[in-house]
Design a binder for this molecule. Structure first.
Ligand code: ADP
Length: 491
C-alpha cells in the first residue's frame, strides 16, 4: 500500500465516522428537538384558542364558533384539519362528516394534537387538530443539509490539503530517495537528491547524501585495493615463475662466494706459510752463508783442502736437505684432505704448532704444548690442523698487538666425555665484549690487514665437517678458544 493510500485511509475513515455521527445522531436529534419546539408552540396556540372557545360553547354560539375556527384554519395553513367534538364525542365542528384524519405513520411530519376544553373542571369538548410540521421543519432540514455539506466539503478539502502537503513534503522526497537508493545499489552515484530542508526529511536527505559519499569513497578505495592486490598477485606470479631461476642463481653466487672464501683463506694460509718458511729457513740460511764464507776464507788463506771442502759441502747439503724437508712438511700440512680418516688429534696439533713455531720464537712468544698422544678422532686431519693453526696465528697477532714482551700461548689437549677438547689460551689482551657475538662471522675483522675468515673457516671445519663445537671466552689477560671434536668410538 502506498504512503498516499496509507494517509488517505485513516482520513477517509474519520470522515465516514463524522458523517455517520451527523446522520445517525446529530441530525435526528436536532430535528426531533425542532419538532418538539414546534409542537409546544402549537400546543400554546391551542390553549389560547381553547380559552376563546369556552364562552362560545357555553353560549352555544356555534355559528360564531364555526366562523372563528374557519378563520383559524385559514390563518394556519399548516393545520391540515380542525375538529371539535363535545364530551359525548359528537362532532361540533365541522358538522359534516369529519374528513378522515391522515395516517400519522405514513406522513411522519403530520401530528394530531388534542386539546380538552374545560370550564370550572367540566369538560366542554375536545379540540383536535391535525398539524403538518413539514413546512416548519423544512428550513431546519435545509440548514442542516447546508451545514452538513459545508462540513463534508471542509473535511474533504482538509483531507486533500493534508494529503497534498504530505505528498509534497514527504511522499515525493521519499520516492526520490528510494529511486536514488535503487540506482545507488547499481553503483550509480550521480542520481539527484531532493533539496535538504531543516525538517526530519532534510536530515534523512543529509544522512543519505553523506552515506552516498562514504559509499563512493569506500568503493573507490576498494577498487584501488583490488587493483593493488592484482598488481601484487601479478608480481607474485612473476616472482614465482622466476623464483626457481633466482634460487639457482643465488646458489651459484653462494658457491662462487664459498669458492672465493676458500681461495682467500688459502692465500692467507700461504702468506702465513711463506712467512713461516722464511723463519724456518733463516737459521739454515745463516749456516749456509757461514759455510760459504768459510770456504771462501779457506781459499783466500790457502787452507782449502779437499777434506775441508768435502766437510763444508756435506754440511751445506745437510742444511739444504733440512730446508727441503721443511718445504715438504709445509706442503703436506696444506695439502687438502681427500677423504675422512682416523687421525691422532695430538699429531695434527703438533703439525700446526710446527708451522708457526719459528715465527713465535723469532717474536719471543713462548708456547707451551700439552697434547698427549692417543686421542683418535675421525675426520679431516689437515683441516683440523688448519683450524688450530688459525687460532695460533690469531693468538700470536693479539700478543704482538697488545704487548712488547712476555707473550705466552698455552695449548692443552684433554679428553672429556668422549670428546677431544683443545684449549688455546693467550695473554694478548682478550676479545672486546661487544664483538664476541660477531667473532665467527665471515669477513669480520678488527685488523687493518685482516681478512676476517680465519675463525669462520675454523668454525665451518669444526662444526660442519667434524660435528664438533668451537667457542671463545676471555680469561684473565687474554682469550681462550676451545675446540671440541668427538673422539672415534672404539669397538
Ligand atoms: P682476522 O684474523 O683476519 O681478523 P679472524 O676471523 O681470524 O680474522 O678473526 C676475527 C677477529 O677476531 C679478529 O680480527 C680479532 O679482532 C678477533 N680475535 C681472534 N682471535 C683473537 C684473540 N686470540 N685475541 C683477541 N682477539 C681475537
Amino acid at each position: 500500500m502506498s504512503l498516499r493510500a496509507k494517509l488517505l485511509l485513516p482520513l477517509f475513515l474519520l470522515g465516514l465516522l463524522i458523517a455517520g455521527y451527523l446522520y445517525v445522531v446529530w441530525i435526528p436529534r436536532t430535528l426531533a428537538a425542532d419538532e418538539v419546539a414546534h409542537l409546544r408552540g402549537v400546543d400554546k396556540h391551542l390553549n389560547s384558542v381553547a380559552e376563546t372557545l369556552v364562552p362560545l360553547l357555553l353560549g352555544n354560539q356555534l355559528d360564531v364558533l364555526h366562523g372563528n375556527l374557519d378563520a383559524l384554519k385559514e390563518d394556519n395553513p399548516e393545520w391540515l384539519s380542525i375538529r371539535l367534538i363535545n364530551p359525548g364525542n359528537k362532532p361540533l365542528y365541522p358538522l359534516a362528516t369529519a374528513a378522515k384524519l391522515q395516517d400519522a405513520a405514513t406522513t411522519p411530519d403530520v401530528h394530531i394534537v388534542e386539546k380538552p376544553i374545560r370550564y370550572l373542571g367540566e369538560p366542554l369538548g375536545t379540540l383536535i387538530i391535525q398539524v403538518d410540521l413539514a413546512p416548519s421543519l423544512e428550513n431546519t432540514r435545509k440548514e442542516i443539509a447546508e451545514l452538513t455539506y459545508v462540513l463534508l466539503g471542509v473535511m474533504a478539502a482538509l483531507m486533500l490539503t493534508i494529503v497534498a502537503t504530505a505528498e509534497l513534503l514527504v511522499g515525493r522526497p521519499v520516492r526520490q530517495l528510494a529511486s536514488a537508493a535503487t540506482r545507488l545499489a547499481r553503483m550509480d552515484f550521480e542520481t539527484p537528491l531532493p533539496m535538504a530542508g531543516t525538517d526530519e526529511i532534510g536530515e534523512l536527505v543529509d544522512s543519505f547524501s553523506s552515506m552516498r559519499d562514504d559509499l563512493q569513497d569506500n568503493r573507490a578505495s576498494l577498487l584501488r585495493e583490488i587493483a593493488e592486490r592484482r598488481e601484487a598477485e601479478e608480481a607474485l606470479r612473476q616472482l614465482n615463475e622466476t623464483l626457481a631461476q633466482r634460487v639457482k642463481n643465488e646458489v651459484a653466487a653462494n658457491r662462487d662466494k664459498d669458492h672465493l672464501l676458500i681461495q682467500q683463506s688459502r692465500l692467507a694460509a700461504m702468506g702465513e706459510m711463506v712467512h713461516n718458511i722464511a723463519h724456518q729457513w733463516r737459521q739454515p740460511l745463516n749456516s749456509l752463508s757461514l759455510i760459504i764464507s768459510n770456504i771462501l776464507d779457506d781459499f783466500r788463506f790457502k787452507t782449502l783442502t779437499e777434506e775441508t771442502l768435502e766437510r763444508d759441502s756435506a754440511n751445506a747439503r745437510r742444511l739444504i736437505e733440512r730446508m727441503s724437508t721443511t718445504i715438504d712438511d709445509f706442503r703436506d700440512f696444506f695439502r687438502p684432505d681427500r677423504e675422512k680418516s682416523s687421525f691422532d688429534v695430538a699429531t695434527s696439533i703438533r703439525d700446526a704448532v710446527f708451522i708457526i713455531e719459528a715465527s713465535l720464537k723469532s717474536n719471543h712468544i713462548e708456547l707451551t704444548l700439552d697434547a698427549p698422544p692417543g686421542l683418535t678422532a675421525s675426520g679431516f686431519p689437515g683441516q683440523y690442523g688448519q683450524a688450530v693453526l688459525n687460532l695460533l696465528v690469531n693468538a700470536k697477532e693479539a700478543i704482538l698487538e697488545h704487548r712488547q714482551s712476555g707473550g705466552r700461548i698455552r695449548v692443552v689437549l684433554e679428553q672429556k666425555d668422549g670428546f677431544a677438547v683443545l684449549g688455546v689460551e693467550d695473554n694478548g689482551g682478550g676479545i672486546p665484549a661487544n664483538i664476541l657475538q660477531q667473532l665467527f662471522d665471515p669477513y669480520f675483522t678488527t685488523k687493518d690487514q685482516g681478512t676476517g675468515i680465519g675463525l669462520y673457516m675454523a668454525k665451518m671445519i669444526i662444526e660442519r665437517n667434524m660435528e664438533g663445537t668451537i667457542s671463545a671466552t676471555n680469561i684473565e689477560d687474554g682469550a681462550r678458544f676451545i675446540l671440541s671434536i668427538p673422539l672415534e668410538r672404539t669397538a
